[in-house]
Ligand binder design. Structure first.
Ligand code: SF4
Length: 155
């Protein structure tokens, strides 16, 4: 599984059953694009806040360090990343999701949707200690590979 660069979906490997076991959670280092309903399910926003206006909600979530970007046209939020890489909900030691039951829709569907549907930036956790990916990651969401940040989610 060496040679995998999370920022280059062309280096990813085909997803297969069991691949997530022992993986460094590379997909959780992709920028995660979420809907307001995902944010409500995560418990970081209320339905009342959503109804009052997404731009206002985005400003509050940016201030709280939960969201790094809001696209008002698509109404998609991008979750903040720790050190510009790990999802804020990824446990830094176990590399497991700390909000698994409430995780965003895009995380439930990855890699069926994503920068390269059906393919993963999978590596063993042990390999992760040797070095960090050197490029900005594509995202778990809406943008296409090759653009600034493809996302975990939609191609
Ligand atoms: S919410 Fe959980 S599954 Fe989704 S990217 Fe973050 S740590 Fe990974």
């Amino acid at each position: 599984m060496s040679g995998i660069d999370v920022g280059r979906p062309s280096t990813w490997i085909p997803y297969r059953s069991g691949l997530c076991e022992g993986c460094w959670s590379g997909c959780c280092t992709l920028p995660v694009e979420v809907s307001v309903m995902d944010l409500v399910r995560l418990g970081v926003a209320t339905e009342d806040e959503a109804a009052a206006g997404l731009k206002k909600l985005a400003r509050r979530l940016e201030k709280d360090g939960i969201v790094q970007h809001f696209n008002s046209r698509s109404q998609i939020f991008t979750l903040e990343q720790r050190h510009g890489r790990d999802c804020i909900y990824l446990h830094p030691q176990t590399r497991l999701c700390t909000v698994y039951e409430k995780r965003p829709e895009v995380c439930r569907k990855f890699p069926k949707i994503g920068p390269r549907p059906g393919w993963c930036p999978a590596k063993r956790k042990a390999g992760e200690k040797e070095g960090k990916p050197g490029r900005p990651a594509p995202a778990k969401g809406t943008q296409a590979p090759g653009k600034k940040a493809p996302a975990k989610g939609r191609p």
